[in-house]
Ligand binder design. Structure first.
Ligand code: GTP
Ligand code: MG
Length: 318
């Protein structure tokens, strides 16, 4: 095979000529990296090509981007050692998370309105840029805003509080407003193979489920909604693993009044979100600026809770 250089073109994939490349483009698979992570069924459904052809194209795309199937457990161990951590701004909250927000994982903040989800997302978009010695990853952030609550002014405040150059900090955050769930999915997918994706160390989706909930209401739409949401969450997980970046999503609380036992309030998104978010943190409002965070559903974090505060400067210890 001829050596090809990044960024790859679709026609660099063995067996893909201009006609197939156009089919892929039309289906929204604009980058080789995106083709590489598809299943044959997904590609076949989207383009109308046969399953065998789809499988061959995906395999060729994987070879091109250097995706490997099996690796040794030693390599696996070495990969895990590359995990990075982003400080939340609060030592107490970092400790609860056993070091901060992890790369190669999805961290979910769930809580009622005003509990600080969006503030945390803003803070992390700033903190990811910090030097490693100060709890950052010297990286950029990509921010998918589904509710129109991203505020550059707030980023400037937080940057100044950290002694960072606000202009530079703003330059290092790419923001997109997602207008509906399809758009949200497309925005996340557009990150695969972006020329600067290796620099991006944090992807924020604020909020993950709200578009899906409003567009697919009621039980009759539940199956389609969960399928779409599942595809989206898997894209996010693949992004996190492929590029060693942190994904942070926010989620709302919904009440299920028909429940007989237990807490009637639970995170939206059901099992799809529950199973695929690596770390889930519940935020609650307390007096004034104070917020309580508790970790739930984590395989290797002890159950526990801690407090932090939201101030002018951002997220801080009490
Ligand atoms: P929804 O998106 O509505 O579900 O809420 P959320 O969880 O995203 O809440 P958000 O992060 O927007 O928190 C808003 C709260 O942060 C406000 O009610 C304030 O208490 C606090 N806050 C935001 N900016 C400032 C600030 O500059 N100073 C202080 N002290 N608090 C702030
Ligand atoms: Mg919010």
């Amino acid at each position: 095979m001829k050596e090809r250089n990044r960024p790859f073109k679709l026609t660099d994939i063995e067996g893909v000529g201009p006609v197939t490349a156009k089919k892929l483009m039309d289906a929204g698979y604009t980058r080789v990296e995106l083709v590489a992570i598809l299943s044959a069924k997904e590609l076949s459904d989207a383009t109308g090509m046969g399953l065998d052809t789809a499988r061959r194209i995906i395999e060729a795309a994987r070879r091109l981007v250097g995706m490997r199937e099996f690796i040794s457990a030693k390599e696996f161990y070495e990969e895990r050692k590359k995990i990075g951590y982003i400080t939340t701004g609060s030592k107490a909250l970092d400790n609860l998370l056993l070091g901060g927000i992890e790369t190669m994982a999805i961290t979910e903040f769930v809580g009622e309105f005003g509990s600080g989800k969006t503030q945390l997302c803003h803070q992390l978009a700033v903190n990811v840029q910090l030097p490693r010695s100060e709890g950052g990853l010297e990286g950029k952030a990509a921010y998918i805003d589904t509710e129109g609550t991203f505020r550059a002014e707030r980023i400037i405040q937080m940057a100044k509080a950290r002694g960072l150059d606000p202009d530079e900090v703003l330059e290092n955050i790419i923001v997109a407003r997602a207008y509906n769930s399809d758009h949200q999915i497309a925005l996340a997918r557009s990150l695969f193979g972006r020329p600067d994706i290796e620099e991006i160390k944090l992807v924020v989706v604020d909020s993950l489920v709200s578009h899906f909930r409003s567009e697919y209401p009621g039980r009759e739409n539940l199956v389609v909604r969960q399928q779409r949401l599942n595809a989206h969450v898997h894209d996010l997980l693949r992004l996190a693993n492929l590029y060693n970046l942190a994904v942070v999503v926010t989620n709302q609380i919904v009440s299920t009044p028909d429940i007989v036992f237990g807490n009637p309030n639970k995170p939206a998104g059901g099992h799809i979100v529950a199973h695929n978010c690596t770390y889930r943190i519940w935020l609650r409002k307390s007096k004034g600026n104070k917020r309580i965070a508790s970790i739930f559903d984590s395989p290797h974090h002890p159950q526990g809770e801690t407090a932090f505060q939201i101030t002018e400067r951002g997220i801080e210890d009490l």
